[in-house]
Ligand binder design. Structure first.
Ligand code: NAD
Ligand code: UDP
Length: 319
């Protein structure tokens, strides 16, 4: 297939480009580098099956030649207002990537009669009142809350994707991605995994926002990419959760990272750093992915952190 992937220079986008090329596809990456980095694609630039277009997906997208699939991953993804790369500091760009970008990417799929896959998120469930979260849950989102620029953009993106499927017959898929981590995450986007790994490697206490009782379920990037690739090849049009169902409190997570990296500095509680509407509990129900895609994650948290830490130490210049 000839595959267009937006957000290609980001964390997930760059891993997907790699996987799609390994599967023998031709890949066109698109990105405006607002949160991504050309370095993430540097190892692919000599691959004759890879090309790149620098472009903001909020503007009309033109791609020469035939396209068989469009994967729309362009969007800031970190909530952290302490980082200039957090979507709370890029609110308009985030809404435009989710709304106008989704419209333009769907337009490409329609023009080429291509299949389309939307990167949605567990954030569409908001601060969930049901636990674990099944795809049938409608969510609990404050439409004007601090996180709404991301949550509502993704909810709109899902609605628009289903509209193109129902009214234009586009062959669409929606993946609801739960917290995923691995090499090539931005060091300074403020998400919990880059923050904790860097703090542990520097021998500093890990910053717990709030009291650390909030939970997340962390998926290693290779597991996620496998699930997304299976979904792309499937004929499932309804949303599918992809994530690791092993739930941990942020406090337990910090202790685990310190133990794996060998950081004696412990933790520091930062009650005021917790963002409004921060989901208290998050855990994917992956029954649908298991049934439809025969997929479940295989990388344990310890293995995943051990595979991720060397990327950070190399970027930080620590041997
Ligand atoms: P990332 O910030 O590393 O990657 C996003 C990429 O999109 C960046 O390269 C950025 O420059 C690009 N981009 C943003 N706006 C753009 C625009 N207007 N035009 C062109 N390019 C643009 O983040 P990520 O973690 O790789 O997330 C990728 C996608 O997956 C996002 O859509 C995000 O919402 C979704 N997602 C990620 C996670 C996760 O845990 N990593 C969880 C849920 C959903
Ligand atoms: N968090 C934290 N310390 C940090 C960064 C984040 O305790 O240095 C918390 C944050 O408040 C949230 C969780 O970790 O409860 C996950 O945050 P992240 O920014 O990774 O993404 P989210 O899952 O909230 O989108």
């Amino acid at each position: 297939m000839n595959i267009l992937i937006t957000g290609a220079a980001g964390f997930l986008g760059s891993h997907l480009c790699e996987r799609l090329l390994k599967e023998g596809h031709h890949v066109i990456g698109m990105d405006n580098f607002i949160t991504g980095n050309p370095e993430n694609l540097a190892h692919l630039t000599n691959n004759e099956n890879f090309s790149f277009i620098r472009h903001d997906v909020a503007n009309f997208i033109f791609v020469p030649g035939k396209i068989d699939a469009v994967l729309h991953f362009a969007s800031p993804a970190s909530p952290n207002p302490a980082s200039p790369f957090g979507y709370t500091n890029l609110p308009i760009q985030t809404m435009k990537a989710g709304a106008l970008g989704t419209h333009n990417a769907l337009g490409v799929a329609r023009a080429h009669n291509a299949r389309y896959l939307l990167a949605s998120t567990s954030e569409i469930y908001g601060d969930p009142l049901e636990h674990p979260q099944k795809e049938t849950y409608w969510g609990h989102v404050d439409p004007i809350g601090i996180r709404s620029v991301y949550d509502e953009a993704k909810r709109f993106a899902e609605a628009l994707t289903m509209a193109y499927h129902r009214y234009h017959g586009i062959d669409t898929r929606i993946v609801r991605i739960f917290n995923t981590y691995g090499p090539r995450m931005r060091l300074d986007d403020g998400r919990v995994v880059p923050n904790f790994i860097q703090q542990a490697l520097r021998g500093e206490p890990l910053t717990i926002y709030g009291d650390g009782s909030q939970t997340r379920s962390f998926c290693f990037v290779s597991d996620l990419v496998e699930g997304i690739y299976r979904l792309l090849l499937s004929d499932e049009h309804d949303p599918v959760n992809i994530g690791n169902p092993t739930e941990t409190s942020i406090l337990e997570f910090a202790k685990t990272i310190n133990a794996i990296i060998g950081n004696p500095a412990g933790i520091v509680i930062k009650p005021d750093m917790r963002l409004g509407d921060d989901p208290q509990r998050r855990q994917p129900d992956i029954t649908r992915a298991k049934r439809i895609l025969d997929w479940s994650p295989s990388v344990s948290l310890e293995e995943g952190i051990r595979k991720t830490a060397p990327y950070f130490s190399a970027k930080m210049g620590i041997a």
